[in-house]
Design a protein around this ligand. Sequence first.
Ligand SMILES: Nc1ncnc2c1ncn2[C@@H]1O[C@H](COP(=O)(O)OP(=O)(O)O)[C@@H](O)[C@H]1O
Ligand SMILES: [Mg+2]
Length: 358
Amino acid sequence: MSTVTDFELRDALHLSFLHSTDAMVITNTQGIIVDVNPSFTRIYGYTQAEARGKTNAIVRSSHTTDAFYKRMWADIRNPQIGFWKGEIYNRCKDGTEIPALLTITPYKHEGKIAGYMGISVCIEAQKELHERLIQHEKMVSLGLMLAGVAHEIGNPLTSISSIVQMLQRKVEEPFVGEKLALIREHIDRITHVIRDLMESAHVNSDVTETVSVRDCLTRALELVRFHPQVRYLSVVMDVSDKDSYLVVGSATRLQQVFTNILINAGDAMDGKGQVLIRFKTQNGFYQVDFLDEGSGFTAKSLEHAFDPLFTTKSPGKGTGLGLYICQNIVRAQSGAIHVSNRPDGKGAQVSVWLPIKT
Ligand SMILES: Nc1ncnc2c1ncn2[C@@H]1O[C@H](COP(=O)(O)OP(=O)(O)O)[C@@H](O)[C@H]1O
Ligand SMILES: [Mg+2]
């Protein structure tokens, strides 16, 4: 059996300190920094020389209150507890604040505390992921709730609509007739929103079959040709003749995705200009890019494009449900959808990925 000499052990410990991917700080009993490891320098931006002789206050962020610090040190000094562990925001030299999981433990020499060791694990990625998950959950439940409300509104709306139609047939006075026509227009608008909402809830319940992405797109283009904002657009397709682009999914749903994207492009270009549709095959997915020549996304619309009810359009024009529905459909078919601005700055780019049928 081989034994580890003191020398080897010290070497190993020192090397772990140097090569750890987590930031480590060693302080004396007064909390003055004795040493920091290279990861500390990499993450927080202070060199070893800058950190030595200072206290942990150099990384203290605006989130950490005096009371928080007091409690932390009370725990560490309390012999019953003897350490502190928790999530904290630390500030880097350049002012950015990052979340970290910090552990502070005292180290002892001959039974007495000789100093403290702090290890901070950067949890920025985990935190971001967690927040995204929460946001996603919120959106899903909001969507379901909206669909429920839509269902409740749908029935009375249908009867109001038929009563109005009946009155329209009976009415003789022009003023009343005009007002009834206006009421019907408003009802139609509400019906339109309701229909979109209901559709968003039923994305999973469709039949799945083998469908050609290319055929769905062709069909969507035929349908959308009746739309005033799309009618005069020039649509250019960059697609290989050899591949029919087969995926497993619902043809009507995919058409709906493409229709929504095309109408958005038409809106962004105010009915004039060119949409380029490009097909690619990559890593088991078909990628369909829609490149328009419109206004492009703003920073805000990029961030919220997929949120239900987010729209930058006037009430009659947009419901803010188009991309939300698209995302639900595409995800239900194990695909993805992404929005961005074209690298050449000419407008927006919407990309849809669908897994190739195997
Ligand atoms: N091709 C595009 N170019 C620029 N902005 C777009 C494009 N597509 C969508 N957007 C932005 O995303 C928002 C949400 O789109 P969508 O969910 O389809 O709702 P709606 O079209 O009803 O507003 C739009 O209001 C618009 O601001
Ligand atoms: Mg839309």
